[in-house]
Design a protein around this ligand. Structure first.
Ligand code: ADP
Ligand code: MG
Length: 690
């Protein structure tokens, strides 16, 4: 009997190796596969004669390959171009930087080509998908209909994935639907099995939308139900330590700060303190741009907790961030006698043992660390407060597991920090179990960051910009996105850029270092240290800097391939400069191949500096057909939800979840739990991760 929670490796046609590859797409179960909503569709119902092609359309052509050529372009790029003929005419097809296409196409043979038609040297088809014409019915039928285009990963092809989805759909024909029929009818949404079928293979592209919305409603319902569940479970649970007795130490900390808090920091801090002084455990989200001063508030809360005789754990997603928090702590806590410790994977065993003992005895009041804090042997004496930085990288399960690491019978207060700008409406709905504080101001003395575009035209203009910056006493990041599909190539180009910059005469004395994910930790640390100390003034990096290298002196950030980043990520990157008194600059290198939509997005980014505003704009901008790239907002649960278009569904899901919970308050928790178990294939995961 089929179950949606069956691991993907048991699905026919998927072995252990393919299962590993699919895991990169977050496809672990049959359910994940069916929820792997296409990112677009190709309408292959019509084959267009070449003579009838028009620019700016997607078309399918059946033709014979006359010639295939590999063309070497600038910067080592290798494009393939082919001339395709049918009875009516000829067209050129070009594959950019996909040299392997040359070997896949054979002159003289017939293929189906499907892709966008562009007005270039007459008409060209760009990066078309193609398949040999075969006698078999199968290949033909794929071409005679609307086919899905999936997000892929290394070693997984469209064709293979389509076949697996088709198998899965056959197996998933009669699934029960957790969403009541009356609810679906009200919104004209199909039942679950039908939604799966239509979202993957819609008769016409427009038929996919109601199906996607049906799946989105389920994803949202899961979130809402688990939020309600988490809340029900916390309600009337263990009390937390009220921390009001820490007020005098906290005000000493406040007075010792080398700056004045901004008004929104003051407001947020008041709200936090009000929460901390109560016995009801705080559940608060602090949302604010990079550099808006969240860490300071977390420290203020930690001091209050220490003053009340309890301990605080600050959980950071990366070692770099943890170290950075520890530095801030050492700078700002000196006037308070609050003892803190740093615990990361890099902490030596001896050191670790000592720290653990001090945490257990209560001698250390604040511990800052990464996942290392979640390990089994860690025990607190009296844990008063847990601070989680960058919420989406940890699950609710982890914060709960941390809260239970105390011999104390009390629950801990929870403060979540996030710099991921998300629209307020979305934040309130999705983090419905948390109260919200927003930091909206830029701390005084923080200079703005100007964003400009630079056409990608050789190394000269880049070298000039970098040279000027360095000569004026600044320092610069040059950031390369490394995308998984072409990791090696990208790393190579980052390395090549590094080598080139090193040889630029004007930058001779500047010092250029390279940091990327494949470097060994000591090498990486050395490079970063050289940059921090000013010995090197230019840091070429892959996206590692995004996660929080706090280098106050960086004044310029140059971003290569900005179109590959989401706005939220770009914003995080831009937040890396302009942190000191000097104004910052952000330069986006624009290549030739960047499309219209991407340009529009980037120009909004250049215009809007505030992260919150940017998030709202981003939400408005997402056009039809563009399904949410979940990584953008950091909600790994979402595959079908499109927040730009699904606000009504968010509301609906909330209403539905509440309806399910309605009735006796006391039995709410049990009732929800059994509902989740009955309807959600992967209930355990759900109950744990909320
Ligand atoms: P976030 O955690 O939101 O990225 P931080 O709390 O790390 O921001 O603050 C960034 C830097 O700004 C730190 O060096 C901090 O000491 C400083 N800072 C925080 N608040 C203020 C303020 N109100 N005025 C001036 N500097 C501030
Ligand atoms: Mg921070």
């Amino acid at each position: 009997m089929l179950s949606l929670r069956d691991p993907i490796r048991y699905v026919s046609g998927v072995g252990p190796e393919m299962a590993r590859r699919l895991a990169k797409l977050e496809v672990h179960t049959l359910r994940d596969l069916l929820f792997h909503v296409p990112r677009g569709y190709r309408d292959r119902r019509l084959i267009t004669p070449i003579a009838f092609l028009r620019p700016h359309i997607e078309a399918s052509v059946l033709g014979r390959v006359a010639t295939v050529r590999l063309e070497r372009r600038l910067r080592g790029r290798r494009d393939v171009s082919a001339i395709i003929q049918d009875g009516t005419g000829a067209m050129r097809a070009v594959w950019f930087n996909q040299p392997f296409v040359e070997r896949a196409l054979h002159a003289g043979e017939r293929y189906f080509f499907s892709g966008p038609v562009e007005p270039y040297r007459g008409l060209e088809m760009h990066n078309p998908e193609f398949e040999a014409e075969e006698e078999e019915e199968d290949a033909r039928s794929e071409f005679a209909r609307v086919i899905p285009v999936y997000g892929l990963t290394q070693g997984v092809t469209q064709r293979w994935l389509r076949a697996r989805v088709e198998d899965a759909l056959r197996a998933a024909r009669d699934l029960p639907d957790p969403i009541p029929a009356s609810w679906r009818a009200e919104r004209s949404l199909p039942a679950l099995s039908e939604a799966f079928a239509q979202v993957h293979f819609p008769p016409a592209p427009e038929d996919a939308e109601p199906a996607r919305r049906r799946l989105a409603l389920e994803e949202l319902l899961r979130i809402q139900v688990s939020l309600l569940y988490a809340r029900a479970r916390h309600r009337g649970r263990r009390a937390a330590h009220p921390l009001g007795t820490g007020a005098s130490l906290a005000s000493r900390f406040h007075a010792s700060l080398p700056f004045r808090l901004t008004r929104s920091q003051e407001q947020a801090l008041e709200a936090i303190e009000r929460d901390l002084d109560r016995e009801v455990p705080m559940r608060r989200l602090l949302l604010g741009d990079v550099g808006s001063g969240k860490t300071v508030l977390a420290l203020a809360a930690a001091v209050r907790a220490a003053g009340a005789g309890t301990q605080t754990a600050i959980l950071a997603p990366t070692s770099i961030l943890a170290e950075q928090h520890a530095e801030t702590a050492s700078r700002l806590l000196s006037g308070t006698e609050v003892r803190y410790a740093l615990l990361t994977a890099a902490t030596s065993a001896r050191e670790r043992k000592k720290i653990l003992a001090e945490i257990a005895s209560g001698a250390v009041a604040l511990v800052i660390g990464t996942h290392a804090l979640l390990e089994r042997d860690l025990r607190f004496d009296a844990l008063g407060l847990v601070v989680v930085d960058e919420q989406h990288r940890f699950g609710v399960r982890q914060r709960i597991s941390l809260a239970s690491k105390t011999s104390d019978v009390r629950d801990a207060h929870l403060l979540v920090l996030t710099a991921t700008p998300i629209p307020r409406s979305l934040a309130m709905t999705l983090y419905g179990d948390l109260d919200l504080s927003l930091l909206t101001e830029r701390p005084a003395g923080r200079a703005p960051v100007k964003t400009a575009f630079l056409r990608e035209s050789g190394i000269d203009s880049l070298a000039r910009i970098l040279g000027e910056e360095v000569e004026q006493g600044g320092s610069a990041f040059v950031v390369y996105p490394v995308v998984e599909e072409s990791e090696t190539a990208d790393l190579k180009s980052a390395t090549a850029m590094f080598e080139t910059l090193k040889r630029v005469r004007r930058l001779h004395d500047a010092g250029v270092v390279l940091v990327h994910g494949r470097l060994k930790a000591p090498e990486r640390r050395l490079a970063i240290e050289r940059f921090r100390s000013g010995d090197a003034r230019i840091l070429v990096a892959t996206t590692v800097v995004e996660v929080g290298l706090d280098i106050p002196d960086a004044t310029l950030i140059v971003i290569e391939h900005p179109e590959r980043f989401g706005l939220a990520q770009l914003h995080q990157l831009r937040g890396r400069v302009g942190r000191a008194e000097r104004p910052g600059r952000c330069v986006l290198l624009l290549g030739k191949g960047v499309g219209q939509v991407a340009r529009q997005r980037l120009s909004i980014f250049a215009r809007v500096e505030n992260g919150q505003e940017l998030a709202e704009e981003d939400l408005k901008l997402r056009g039809p057909g563009e399904l949410l790239g979940t990584s953008q907002h950091g909600f790994p649960e979402f595959r079908a939800v499109d927040p730009a278009r699904d606000l009504d569904l968010i509301e609906a899901a909330r209403g539905l979840a509440q309806e399910l919970l309605s009735g006796e308050e006391a039995r709410g928790e049990a009732k929800l739990k059994s509902w989740i178990e009955a309807h959600f294939a992967d209930a355990e995961r759900y109950l744990e991760s909320g």
